[in-house]
Structure formats: structure tokens, C-alpha cells
Design a protein around this ligand. Structure first.
Ligand code: TYD
Length: 253
């Protein structure tokens, strides 16, 4: 069997060369990292859940006409996506104050924001993904003004879609991060939602109890991360209620 070519290994995923030109295989690992990889752990089953959840969100976005890089899921850990050039920005959309926004501005976590706030961080682990303004983005040529108009409109559409999907299953979308890629088609460039959309990159709170169902469970040692992600997957119908545990294989005597 031919060995496939690894293109890149990140904190939560590995990218391999895809079967056709212009495609990539995204492999979801079980590794969890936080605080710029200062905290690290392997969490059984996390990769499988994120693969299924990201498929669900990306499919939904494609269906309502928000373009994404997603082509199809290949198996429990891998999905086929379009190769794109990632704009080096973490695009964050916030509906309620939490995390660094609360720290930076002294706003109590959970406070509803007057309108969705979009922030940009420059993707650079060595610098700790610093917050940047559109002035920095334009001056350093990370994206054009036209790109940024499109990025903002894509981010707000993803926010409306994700907020609605979550609300329907009793979950509040507090904030999330997306990455945007460029796909070239001859002389034209199209922007698409890339990377992943999963509880690793969202804040999701149960509407009734406020219970956290996202990576803060790991960041803040609040319990079992796989249980939290499985709860989201179950509510969305992505994981059948009585499916065998995604974590460890069961021994049959
Ligand atoms: P933020 O509150 O800025 O940072 P932190 O998660 O370190 O407190 O994060 C806002 C949202 O964006 C949150 O849901 C996590 C997500 N996010 C990422 O997934 N990766 C990132 O590199 C950043 C900066 C944010």
C-alpha cells in the first residue's frame, strides 16, 4: 500500500495529500491543547466527535449557500476537503462576553453583547495569536479590503446559522472561531470557510443550566471533555443516542 504524503501536522489535526489534485485529507487527532499548547492531553474519542460535528456544520453551511472547503467525510477520523490557501487570521465572532474579551474589557462572562462583535487574531503560535485590527491586516497585506468585506459577511452568516442550529437544541452559542481559505479558479479567487467548526473552537453553554459543553471543560478542568462533546453530538442527532462508545473498543468474550 502506498504511503500518503503528510503535508502538515497541527495541534488537533494532520493534513495529508488528497487522492485528486486540489484535495486534502484532514485527520482529526485526539490531542487537546490549550493556552498555546502549554496544557496538553490526549482525550479518547475527541477526534471522532469533532470530525462528525464539523461535517454536520460544514454540510449545513454548504446547503444554505455559505461556501466551505468540505467535500465529504471519509471515515470516523478523516474528511476530504478542498485545498485552499489559509488567510493567516483567526476570525472570532462573539455574541456573549467570555474568555479574553471579558478579561480585556472587564465584562462579566455571559453578558449579552449589544450586537455580534467580530475580532481578528494574527495566526502565529510563537506570538500567541495576537489581536490585530483591520489596519494591521491591510498594512501587512494579509488580506485585501475586498477580502475583509467578504470575511465579515461570511463570519456573520456562519454566526446566524450556528446560533440557530444550537438554539434549536437548547445550546447558547457564546462565541466561536473560524478560519477562511482562498480557492483559486483560473483568474478568480473565492473565499470559503476552512479548517473545522467544532466544540474545540466554539463556546457552547446549555441554555437552561449554563453548563459548558466546549473546550473550556478541558481548559478549566470542569470534567470529561468527550462527555461534553458527545452531549452536543447527541442533541444534534449526529451521534445516535445508543451508539457504542466512541472512545474505546469493547471486548467481546
Ligand atoms: P478567546 O476568548 O479570544 O480566547 P480563549 O479561548 O483563549 O479564552 O476565544 C474566543 C473563541 O474563539 C473561543 O470559542 C475559542 C476560539 N478560539 C480558538 O478556537 N482558537 C484560537 O486560536 C482563538 C484565539 C480563539
Amino acid at each position: 500500500m502506498a504511503r500518503r504524503k503528510k503535508i502538515y501536522e497541527g495541534k488537533a489535526k494532520i493534513l495529508y495529500e488528497g487522492p485528486e489534485p486540489g484535495t486534502i485529507v484532514q485527520y482529526f487527532k485526539d490531542d487537546a491543547t490549550a493556552f498555546n499548547a502549554e496544557k496538553m492531553e490526549v482525550i479518547d474519542g475527541k477526534g471522532v466527535l469533532n470530525n462528525l460535528l464539523s461535517e454536520y456544520f460544514m454540510n449545513g453551511l454548504n446547503t444554505i449557500g455559505v461556501p466551505t472547503h468540505f467535500i465529504r467525510r471519509l471515515n470516523m477520523r478523516e474528511q476530504l476537503v478542498k485545498n485552499c490557501e489559509i488567510i493567516p487570521l483567526e476570525v472570532i465572532v462573539r455574541n456573549f462576553a467570555a474568555g479574553t474579551l471579558s478579561k480585556r474589557l472587564g465584562i462579566e462572562e455571559g453578558t449579552q453583547l449589544p450586537r455580534p462583535i467580530v475580532e481578528y487574531c494574527y495566526k502565529d503560535d510563537a506570538l500567541g495569536d495576537p489581536l490585530v485590527s483591520e489596519e494591521h491586516i491591510a498594512a501587512f497585506g494579509w488580506a485585501s479590503q475586498q477580502d475583509m468585506d467578504d470575511v465579515l459577511s461570511l463570519a456573520l452568516r456562519v454566526n446566524d446559522f450556528m446560533s440557530g442550529v444550537m438554539l434549536a437544541v437548547g445550546i447558547r452559542l457564546v462565541d466561536f472561531k473560524i478560519e477562511i481559505g482562498r480557492i483559486f479558479d483560473g483568474d478568480f479567487q473565492r473565499l470559503v470557510i476552512a479548517d473545522e467548526i467544532s466544540p474545540d473552537s466554539c463556546r457552547l453553554w446549555d441554555i437552561e443550566t449554563g453548563r459548558k459543553l466546549d473546550k473550556d471543560v478541558f481548559r478549566r478542568d470542569l470534567g470529561n471533555l468527550t462527555d461534553a462533546y458527545a452531549e452536543v453530538a447527541t442533541r444534534l442527532g449526529v451521534m445516535p443516542k445508543n451508539s457504542p462508545q466512541v472512545t474505546k473498543p469493547t471486548l467481546i468474550n
